[in-house]
Design a protein around this ligand. Structure first.
Ligand code: ISJ
Length: 340
């Protein structure tokens, strides 16, 4: 079941064999058994990510709209927009080094967003093959990617407090695939977690340039930021800037959930002067990234104790951005909960 994008962008997970039944598609991101370059020939953005070992394990994250969709391609970036929201994406092919190609691709994308008038960047997703391996110069691929991304954001004058929510996760192939959701006029509020150091302030022990993302982005169709929704970044077992519970996937899952609960809860909302606050039961379109396949049943059991039975949840067996992290979760809060 997809949800129409009206004032705010949202999405739903759809089985790959049910996509033809859906109308008003802005973007269809296929989490499947191979990566592709962006394709706008279907009249929306299609981007295939190598995130599943076989199509039967895959799904599509489908962004829909009730408005006419225009598509195009520029400098290798495919895009689709409806006058208020833009989805765009691309791919850096497999390489021994990624910083320069990432910087160039992200710069092209950010320039395209500016030229189309969608400068309010709500959410980014990055899928990095061999994320924990060393590049040709002995630098971890993730750190290589972060270097290029940081340079692109700086070149386009993004301050640390204007970067969007993001995910940076491993993939099963295809180099580095990425996609972005941006808005023309929504009111965006980056949200940080008081229990974690902001990623863009991580010390250099994690790489030459820090990952540039917010812990979440609150998106509202009105300037008073009421009735918004929250894009929760990939969240793991990190307190301050340190990984906790290395080797214990169940404790890592519980701490990641605790981090998200705090991030979307009343204390953080008050810190950011946002009325709306939520709980884990309000989280939907959730992706759970698990490093070791054999850990998925235990992680699923813990997640099912915390999420709504109505939530869409996808479990993916891929690497996580730090070698000592075993699990990571992301999601979207669609409906505020303001009861005391
Ligand atoms: C899990 C973390 O970072 C991951 C990497 C991200 C990126 O580089 O864009 C964003 C969120 C997570 O997917 C973290 O640093 O807390």
């Amino acid at each position: 079941m997809t949800q129409q994008i009206s004032a705010l962008p949202t999405a739903a997970f759809v089985p790959l064999d049910e996509l033809d039944e859906i109308s008003g598609v802005l973007g269809a991101i296929h989490y499947t058994d191979g990566a592709s370059d962006p394709d706008v020939s279907p009249g929306h953005l299609r981007l295939d990510l190598h995130m599943a070992r076989e199509p039967a394990e895959g799904f599509a994250e489908v962004w829909t709209t009730d408005r006419p969709v225009e598509t195009g391609e520029s400098g290798g970036i495919g895009y689709a927009h409806d006058g208020e929201h833009l989805i765009c994406g691309g791919r850096v092919p497999p390489s021994g080094n990624y910083a320069e190609a990432t910087r160039a691709a992200y710069t092209t994308m950010l320039e395209l967003m500016e030229s189309l008038g969608y400068q309010r960047c709500a959410r980014m997703w990055n899928f990095v093959n061999d994320i924990n391996a060393d590049n040709a110069d002995g630098l971890e691929v993730y750190r290589d990617f972060c270097l290029g991304r940081a340079e692109a954001f700086e070149a386009r004058n993004f301050s640390d407090t204007s970067v969007p929510a993001a995910t940076g996760i491993g993939s099963l192939g295809g180099g580095i695939s990425f996609y972005v959701l941006a808005s023309r006029s929504n009111t965006l509020t980056p949200i940080e977690n008081s229990k974690q150091v902001s990623a863009y302030n991580y010390p250099k022990q994690y790489g030459p340039r820090p990952p540039k993302f917010a812990r979440a982005t609150h998106v509202s169709a009105t300037e008073d930021r009421a009735a918004g929704q929250v894009y929760v970044s990939g969240t793991s077992s990190i307190r301050g800037h340190e990984t906790l519970f290395a080797g214990d996937v169940e404790k890592q899952t519980l701490l990641a959930l605790e981090n998200i609960a705090h991030l979307i809860g009343p204390e953080t909302a008050a810190d950011h002067r946002i009325e709306q606050h939520s709980t884990l039961a309000d989280l939907d379109t959730i992706k759970v990234y698990v490093r070791h396949r054999e850990d998925i049943p235990a992680v699923r059991r813990i997640c099912e104790e915390h999420f709504s039975p109505d939530a869409q949840v996808a479990y993916l067996n891929v690497d996580v951005c730090r070698a000592d992290l075993s699990v990571e979760l992301e999601g979207i809060v669609h409906a505020p909960r303001n009861e005391p």
